[in-house]
Design a protein around this ligand. Structure first.
Ligand SMILES: *Cc1c(COP(=O)(O)O)cnc(C)c1O
Length: 498
């Protein structure tokens, strides 16, 4: 099975090339030419296996350049870095409502599910296609991707990684996690501006031939660890398949039954993986896309107009403070009948006018599968308090956006389909806001908030967040976004001479 670009489907490449390139040469995103389908027997087999085996089986269908044994080696290594017995437990909090906890990894956010895998995939893929250059991973992050990528790639041979984050757009805990990052092949830099500014500046570097020449002259080739890389998306499909297997295995549903997935969305990568899992055979009733007040996705699914000409809000769910949801391009490609020219046109409109519009027919197709909703900060805090009071379940601000949107959905539709609410971060990643939500006073300092939150809830502080306070700060630089290119070139030169 080959991969094609959403903006030019006659350009084909292998899974290994798609992973190494990150973005297609025409600026489009790689998608599989066709999706493999899992049958009843496959689900029954998978249900008996542990997570690394399930993930390796799913990945072996998607990444044909890799053998099952290779993939099992990577999944075993990657998920051994997670704490607890199950890397992604499914917790039953209420009748027919399950929380899929994706944050048991090294940085306590769901991005670990893919970013502990990507370095293995990328390193192997480079060998497979005979790539001689070293890889420079460049990441724009709204908080969680950056740290998860740094943890995943630190000290991985043949790679260096440089991470840019908006200086005022991430939580204190996230910031400190990045500033204290260890590893000899890492660089972290803050940017004045919001996430979209940062992401755009980084995208422009990927597209800039001159800068790429300079980077190449220093022995590097740029690659992305952002969720546009297929090597990020593929491991995410696995946990939707796995959650479905868990429900079958526990006798909650039978094979073929449909479930809802409710996903807190930003760049649209996580929920897109649910869509692909559905295409591969997971029974899905509704995909519920949850946003915070930056609800460009909610509006899009309601009106068919994607419009970023609006105010940008900083919220208590910062990893969802995004106006340009890059992965939506992949869904649009499928919905419009894979019309690559049309996608190229719309993405060009998005760039120049900040908006595009889909047809009535496309909108109907989207509405047949997706439900949408958003929650503001106040509602999000109320949801955290409600879940704690009602079920003794402590959730983070992002998960609470999803759970709040699900509660509204259920009220409105009375849909009793079993629902998996996707939990994307541990509550201690956002301790001040969560502490306030459960009735505590406002506390600025993340560490004091962590202690207090532990006192009132009794919830364990996860190991990776414990002890962060005592780690030395290594990266303090804040630069203007116009200086990002200079910074990349400077780091390349430095890394080439190291
Ligand atoms: C990245 C992130 C999201 C958004 O996921 P997308 O794949 O970008 O839609 C939600 N919650 C948390 C905690 C995240 O880190």
């Amino acid at each position: 099975m080959e991969y094609i670009s959403t903006r030019n489907k006659s350009e084909k490449c292998s899974s290994a090339e798609a992973i190494v390139n990150g973005l297609a040469p025409d600026g489009g995103l790689y998608v599989p030419e066709s999706l493999p389908r899992l049958k009843k027997e496959d689900f029954e087999e998978l249900a008996k296996e542990d997570y690394p085996s399930r993930a390796a089986r799913v990945l072996s269908l998607l990444l044909e350049d890799f053998t099952f044994e290779e993939l099992l080696d990577y999944t075993t290594k990657a998920y051994s870095r997670f704490y607890g017995d199950d890397p992604c437990p499914l917790v039953n909090i209420d009748e027919g409502v399950y929380v899929l906890e994706l944050w048991h990894g090294p940085t306590c956010a769901f991005k670990d599910m893919a970013l502990t895998m990507l370095p293995h995939l990328l390193t192997a893929a480079r060998k497979k296609i005979g790539e001689k250059d070293k890889t420079l991973i460049m990441v724009a992050t709204s908080g969680d991707t950056g740290k998860a990528a740094l943890e995943g790639f630190k000290d991985v041979e043949g790679t260096n990684i440089i991470v840019f984050y908006p200086s005022k757009g991430v939580s204190d805990m996230q910031k400190l996690q990045m500033k204290t990052q260890t590893g000899d092949n890492v660089c972290v830099c803050a940017i004045e501006g919001n996430f979209d500014d940062t992401q755009n500046a980084v995208k422009n570097i990927f597209a800039d031939e001159e800068i790429n020449k300079v980077i190449h002259a220093n022995g590097f080739k740029l690659s992305s660890a952002n969720s546009i890389n297929w090597g990020r998306l593929a491991p995410q499909i696995a946990y939707y398949v796995s959650a479905y297997c868990d429900l079958i295995d526990e006798g909650r549903i039978e094979y073929g039954d449909k479930v809802n997935f409710c996903v807190p969305s930003g760049n649209f990568g996580n929920i897109l993986a649910a869509y692909y899992a559905m295409q591969m055979g997971v029974g899905v009733n509704r995909l519920i896309c949850a946003s915070n007040v930056n609800h460009v996705l909610t509006d899009f699914f309601e009106t068919g107009v994607y419009d970023i000409n609006r105010e940008f809000h900083k919220t208590i769910s910062p990893s969802m403070d995004i106006l340009i949801s890059s992965n939506l391009e992949r869904l649009l490609f499928e919905i419009c009948g894979r019309d690559d020219k049309l996608i190229a046109q719309r993405m060009s409109d998005l760039k120049t006018k900040g908006r595009y519009e889909i047809t009535e027919r496309e909108l109907e197709m989207l509405k047949a599968l997706f439900s949408v909703g958003y929650a503001d900060d106040e509602e999000t805090k109320e949801t955290i308090a409600f879940a704690m009071d009602e079920y003794g379940y402590l959730m983070d601000t992002h998960t609470a956006v999803a759970y709040g949107v699900y509660c509204d959905y259920e009220d409105e539709t009375e849909d009793k389909t079993p629902t998996v609410v996707v939990s994307t971060a541990n509550a201690y990643k956002f301790p001040a806001d969560v502490y306030e939500a459960v009735g505590g006073e406002k506390i600025e300092d993340a560490f004091t908030a962590t202690e207090k939150l532990h006192e009132v809830t009794g919830e364990e502080v996860p190991e990776p967040l414990n002890g962060l306070k005592d780690r030395p700060v290594r990266f303090e630089e804040v630069i203007d976004r116009s200086k990002i290119a200079d910074k990349v070139v400077e780091y390349c030169k430095q890394a080439a001479n190291a």
